[in-house]
Design a protein around this ligand. Structure first.
Ligand code: DAH
Length: 353
């Protein structure tokens, strides 16, 4: 076959291969095989010396024309394949915006914080101030200044966590008063009466600790709100009226309140306040153990001994105090049968409030 024919044959084969290349790598292989340094077409240029002189011009022209044609074809196909590859890559990397998203959960305040604030709002509305104490407290403020000396039987009711020093002994302030985790917010009363002159109208919310095993009605750590009023001419009637107002604000106008005689070392007389059961409305049910009433708080008139510790003259001033468990108030408000449910962190439960 004449050389020119051979070159044209190479050209046709190469063009066919270029057309068939399915990716840029295959196309590059064709380029190397045909127009690369040792490619089939390049071989003709290299061997021009052996071509008969009369054919040389035509062979040269043909090889160059073919080379240009092939290079143009390579270029065009490369553009096509690159575009297709880019499109495929974009498609593969694309976000599927039709997939349902994973919803972000927005946090809310815990029920206990909300109820604490609600209680505070009610008392702020009638002129009380909010004060805070410390969770680590001394025996003096938690018990003694509240008319509860070391041998007092009431201490047994509030089994106490003591703070120990490095040697394991109970830590003490000034070698005297043991350091403990407060078992009640009542100690704030003693601090406030030492620091402020009457008239005193305060509430003190905060955490308290007791060596109790968690059960439906006990928790080893819970929240209380303490209340204290000291002024001239304060009577038991003021206490009753204040608590009735609080109960109606907190639980609704239809709730009834009753006071039952009780004992607390720091109040005399003392009482426990009950409210009519939110489930049976007084009929008697399992929630209220058949009585129609549920206990909400402890209260009473400030004991003169407590005034004496604080240096307040009981001939001039009188006062009342009360203390309530926030978890308990929350459970009563929403008819939750078990205090522990508040602490489990189950979103299905917590989201209801
Ligand atoms: N501190 C008491 C308790 O934890 C509750 C209490 C009762 C507080 C009577 C008071 C009060 O201020 O007057 O059980």
């Amino acid at each position: 076959m004449a050389i020119v024919e051979e070159v044209k044959q190479v050209c046709e084969t190469a063009l066919a291969e270029i057309a068939e290349a399915t990716d840029t790598a295959a196309l590059d292989a064709v380029r190397v095989a045909v127009v690369g340094k040792s490619g089939t077409l390049t071989a003709y240029l290299r061997s021009m010396g052996q071509v008969a002189p009369e054919e040389r011009a035509e062979v040269g022209k043909t090889v160059n024309a073919v080379r240009e044609e092939i290079e143009a074809a390579l270029e065009a196909r490369k553009a096509e394949l690159s575009a297709a590859e880019l499109a495929a890559k974009i498609e593969a990397d694309a976000l599927d915006i039709t997939l349902p998203g994973r919803a972000q959960q927005v946090g809310t305040r815990h029920l206990i914080s909300r109820i604490t604030d609600e209680i505070a709002e009610i008392f702020l509305g009638i002129g009380y101030t909010v004060v805070s104490g410390t969770e680590v407290e001394t025996d003096y403020y938690n018990f003694e200044a509240l008319n509860t000396p070391a041998d007092h039987p009431a201490r047994g009711l509030q089994d106490t966590f003591y703070v120990v020093d490095r040697s394991g002994d109970i830590a003490a302030v000034k070698g005297e008063s043991d350091v403990l985790l407060r078992t009640q917010t009542s100690g704030v009363q003693a601090h406030v009466m030492e620091e402020q002159k009457p008239p005193i109208y305060i509430i003190a919310p905060g955490k308290v600790y007791r060596r109790d095993v968690a059960d439906p009605s006990h928790l080893p750590q819970f929240n209380q709100v303490e209340g204290l009023v000291v002024d001239k001419g304060i009577t038991f009637g003021d206490l009753k009226g204040t608590l009735e107002y609080f109960v109606k604000q907190m639980f609704g106008e239809d709730r009834k309140t009753r006071l039952r005689p009780h004992f607390f070392p720091f109040t005399e007389p003392s009482a426990e306040a009950d409210i009519s059961c939110g489930i049976c409305h007084g009929e008697g049910c399992r929630f209220c153990k058949g009585t129609g009433w549920v206990e909400v708080l402890g209260c009473g008139m400030v004991d003169p001994n407590v005034f004496a510790y604080a240096g307040i003259d009981p001939e001039v001033y009188s006062g009342f105090a009360f203390g309530m468990g926030v978890e308990r108030i929350a459970c009563l408000k929403y008819n939750v049968p078990d205090l522990r449910m508040l602490l489990e962190g189950d979103m299905r439960f917590l989201r209801q409030f």
